[in-house]
Design a protein around this ligand. Structure first.
Ligand code: IVH
Length: 670
C-alpha cells in the first residue's frame, strides 16, 4: 500500500484540473484568472507531488509540457483521413465562379459559406482518444507526416486533455501552428542578444521550432495554435451538421478557435469579408496570407467532394504577398529624435502587400553585419503589421562581385558631430543633441504633436523650414515667432500663418502632463507624464526632484528616473523649460472629475465616432477616472463602437462584453 494519504491523490487530481483550467483561461481565452505567481505556486506543488509519485505522472500531466529526451528522427504517421490542400484564388472573378460551381453542383439557389482566416503557419493534425491528446503529426505529403507529439505537447494553447462532457472516442483536430508577431519579435530579439540565428518570419520560426528533434528547445519557443478542421472521428454520429457548429464544439472542448470568422450568404458578403479582413490585416496580431471560404453544411461538402488533392467545397482567397525581392541601391543613415542613427536601405521600388516600398530599415549596425546586407545585393523585403518595411534576408546567390559593404559613418550626416556608440548599446547616436538639426526637428515635431502641445498646422514641412532658416532652435523659440516670419515660409498663405499663430498661442493653455510629455524626455511617454504631473503638481517640483524621490512615483523605475534626472541636470534643458514657462504657459493639473458610472471601469474604443475622435473620447473617459485599454478581454467593462468597428467588436460580442455607442458613452459620463 502507498504510504501517502488518499488526500494527496485527491490534491494531485485537483491540481491537474485546476492548472488545466488556468492554462485554458490564459492561453485559449486570453483571460488570465490568477496572477502568474499563483499559477507557478500550484505548478510547483504539482511537481513536488510527481517527484514523490512518479507512477502518477500520465501523458496528459501538465508537467509533460517542458519537453523530454531528444529524438534521433521523427516517426512516420499515416493520415487515415488525408490532409489536403486548398485551391487558391486571387481575383474576384474566381470567387464568383467558385460560388456558381457550388450552387450548380448542389442544385440550389444559394450556398452558405463559413468565412475564416488563412493562417500563415503549419498544418497539424492532433489525435485525441477519449479526450486525451495521443498523437500530433505534421501534414507531410498529405498522406503521411511526421510524429511531432512531444513538440506539440509543449504548446500551451493545445489542451492535453479535452474539456467538457460530450467528448468523442476518437477526434482528429486539424489546425495551424503559428507564432504571434509580438512573440516572434521578442524571440528574435533574444536570439540577437545571444548572437544566435534569427528567423526571417513567424512562419519559418514556427516551422523551425516544430521540426526540432529536441522538444526541450521547442518548449522555449512561443508557438500557438488555431483549430479549423477535422480528420478522423469516432463515432460519426458526434459530427454536427455544419462547419460553424463544429468550430463552436471545439471551443467547448477547450480548443483555440480564431474569433475572426463568420457565415457568408452571398458573393457580396464574401467580398465584404475579404475586404474587411484585408483592411485590418496589418493590425492582426499574427500573419495571414488570405481568407478561406468553406461550404458550411457538411452534407453539402460531401456532395461536392474533391478534385485531385483539394476539396471542391473550399477556396483560399489570397492577399498580395507581404514579402518581395528587390535590390539595394544604397545604405543611408537617418537621425532620430534621440539622436539614434538608423541605417536605412534605399531600394529599387517594389510592391509589397499592395504598397510601393523604396526604403527599408536595417535597424542598427550589428543588424547590417549579421544579415550581411551589401549595396547591390538582392534582398527580401517585408512589410507587416504597422511596422516600417524591413530587410529580412539577402539572396547570397545573387550577390554581384562588386557588392559594397556598409561602413557606419563616424560623423552625423546632418550636423557633423561625432557618432558615439556605448559599448552596451546596439544603437549608435549622434552626440550633437539639440545642436543637431535632425534631432531638433524631431524634437519640435514631437513637441507639437496632437497628444503633446497639440499645435495644429505645425507639421514636418513647416518644422523643416523653421529649423533650416534658423528661425527656431528650441521649442521656446516657437512662442517668439512673429506673423511675418511665418507668412514668409514656403507654401504658407496669410490665412494659414494666422491659423498657426493662433494654434501656437492657444497651446500655452494646456495641462502639466502634456507639457512634460512634450519635452521628449527619453522613456517618458504619455502615461508616465501623467503620473509625474499628478505626483509633482508643478514643473519646478519635477525639475528639482531627486532620483530617490522619482522612484517613489507610480510605475517609475530606475531607468526612467535616471533619464529624467539627467535631462533635468542639463543646463540647456532647464533654460528651455524656464523660457517656455516665462512665455506664459498656463499649466493645469487635471482634476479628475470622477463619474460614478465609469470610474474604475475599463473601456475599449473601436471604429469611427460621429462627433469626436477616439483620442478625445479617451481623454474624456480618463478624466472621469476610467481606464482605456487597447484590446478586448473578459475584464473589459464596455466596448464603445463607432462605424466600421472591426475585430474588437466581434471579440466583445463573443465574450458578451456590453457594446455601447458614443451617445451612450456620453450618457454614462454625464
Ligand atoms: S482547411 C481540406 N483552413 O492552408 C482543406 N487550411 O492549402 C484543408 N490553412 O495546409 C485545409 N488556414 O496549412 C484550412 N482556415 C484554414 C487554414 C488553412 C491556413 C493552410 C493549411 C493547409 C493549407 C491548404
Amino acid at each position: 500500500m502507498s504510504s501517502s494519504s488518499p488526500n494527496l491523490a485527491e490534491r494531485y487530481a485537483f491540481l491537474q484540473g485546476e492548472l488545466a483550467r488556468l492554462e485554458h483561461a490564459y492561453y485559449v481565452l486570453d483571460n488570465p484568472l490568477l496572477p502568474d505567481s499563483e499559477y507557478d505556486r500550484l505548478y510547483r506543488e504539482m511537481l513536488e507531488i510527481e517527484a514523490v509519485h512518479p507512477e502518477w505522472v500520465s501523458p496528459q500531466s501538465l508537467s509533460q509540457r517542458v519537453g523530454g529526451v531528444a529524438l534521433k528522427e521523427f516517426d512516420t504517421v499515416v493520415h487515415v483521413v488525408p490532409m489536403l490542400s486548398l485551391n487558391n484564388a486571387f481575383e474576384d472573378a474566381e470567387l464568383i465562379a467558385f460560388d456558381r460551381r457550388c450552387r450548380e453542383g448542389l442544385h440550389v439557389d444559394h450556398v452558405t459559406f463559413a468565412g475564416e482566416l488563412k493562417f500563415d503557419g503549419l498544418a497539424i493534425s492532433l489525435r485525441y482518444e477519449d479526450g486525451v491528446l495521443v498523437r500530433a503529426a505534421t501534414r507531410g505529403d498529405g498522406a503521411s507526416g511526421e510524429d511531432v507529439t512531444a513538440n506539440i505537447k509543449t504548446i500551451r494553447a493545445i489542451p492535453l486533455q479535452l474539456l467538457g462532457k460530450n467528448i468523442p472516442k476518437v477526434l482528429e483536430v486539424r489546425g495551424e501552428v503559428f507564432m504571434y508577431l509580438k512573440d516572434f519579435e521578442k524571440m528574435n530579439q533574444q536570439a540577437a542578444a545571444l548572437g544566435e540565428k534569427e528567423f526571417a518570419n513567424p512562419r519559418n520560426a514556427a516551422a523551425g521550432s516544430l521540426r526540432q528533434l529536441d522538444s526541450k528547445i521547442t518548449a522555449k519557443r512561443p508557438l500557438s495554435f488555431f483549430a479549423y478542421g477535422l480528420g478522423a472521428l469516432e463515432p460519426q454520429s458526434w459530427l454536427p451538421s455544419t462547419h460553424e457548429q463544429l468550430l463552436n464544439a471545439y471551443v467547448r472542448l477547450g480548443l483555440p478557435v480564431c474569433p475572426e470568422r463568420r457565415l457568408l450568404h452571398s458573393v457580396a458578403e464574401i467580398l465584404d469579408f475579404y475586404n474587411e479582413i484585408g483592411a485590418k490585416r496589418d493590425s492582426l496580431p499574427y500573419d495571414i496570407d488570405g481568407v478561406v471560404y468553406k461550404v458550411n453544411s457538411f452534407a453539402e461538402q460531401a456532395k461536392l467532394g474533391f478534385v485531385s488533392r483539394a476539396p471542391r467545397f473550399a477556396l483560399a482567397h489570397k492577399y498580395p504577398a507581404q514579402e518581395a525581392l528587390t535590390t539595394v541601391l544604397g545604405i543611408d543613415v537617418q537621425v532620430g529624435r534621440t539622436g539614434a542613427i538608423t541605417p536605412v536601405a534605399r531600394l529599387a521600388p517594389v510592391e509589397v502587400g499592395g504598397v510601393t516600398v523604396t526604403n527599408a530599415t536595417l535597424h542598427n549596425e550589428d543588424e547590417v553585419k549579421r544579415k550581411d546586407v551589401r549595396i547591390g545585393d538582392t534582398v527580401s523585403v517585408r512589410r507587416a503589421g504597422d511596422v516600417i518595411p524591413e530587410v529580412v534576408s539577402v539572396v547570397k546567390e545573387r550577390r554581384p562581385v562588386n557588392a559594397q559593404q556598409f561602413v557606419m559613418p563616424v560623423r552625423c550626416p546632418v550636423c557633423d558631430s561625432h557618432i558615439e556608440r556605448l559599448s552596451d548599446e546596439a544603437v549608435a547616436r549622434c552626440s550633437g543633441g539639440l545642436f543637431c538639426a535632425a534631432q531638433r526637428k524631431q524634437a519640435l515635431i514631437h513637441f507639437a504633436h496632437r497628444r503633446a502641445m497639440d499645435i495644429e498646422g505645425l507639421g514636418e514641412k513647416i518644422v523643416d523650414q523653421l529649423v533650416d532658416l534658423n528661425l527656431v532652435r528650441t521649442p521656446a523659440d516657437l512662442y517668439r515667432l512673429g506673423f511675418t516670419a511665418l507668412a514668409n515660409l514656403e507654401r504658407m498663405g496669410d490665412k494659414s500663418a494666422d491659423n498657426l499663430m493662433q494654434a501656437i498661442n492657444q497651446s500655452r493653455n494646456t495641462t502639466l502632463a502634456r507639457f512634460i510629455f512634450a519635452l521628449g524626455i527619453r522613456h517618458v511617454g504619455e502615461t508616465t507624464a501623467k503620473d509625474l504631473a499628478n505626483h509633482y503638481g508643478s514643473m519646478h517640483s519635477l525639475m528639482d526632484a531627486s532620483l530617490e524621490d522619482l522612484l517613489t512615483v507610480k510605475d517609475v523605475g530606475p531607468v526612467v528616473a535616471d533619464s529624467i534626472t539627467s535631462f533635468m541636470q542639463e543646463a540647456h534643458n532647464r533654460e528651455v523649460i524656464e523660457q517656455l514657462l516665462f512665455s506664459g504657459m498656463q499649466l493645469s493639473v487635471e482634476e479628475k472629475i470622477f463619474s460614478a458610472a465609469v470610474s474604475g471601469k475599463t473601456f475599449v474604443l473601436t471604429g469611427t465616432f460621429p462627433t469626436m475622435t477616439r483620442d478625445e473620447a479617451k481623454d474624456l473617459l480618463e478624466k472621469a477616472g476610467a481606464k482605456v485599454a487597447g484590446s478586448v478581454s473578459k475584464k473589459t467593462d464596455f466596448v464603445v463602437a463607432g462605424s466600421d468597428a472591426g475585430s474588437k467588436l466581434i471579440k466583445a460580442e463573443e465574450l458578451g462584453v456590453p457594446i455601447i455607442d458614443e451617445a451612450a458613452m456620453l450618457e454614462l459620463l454625464s
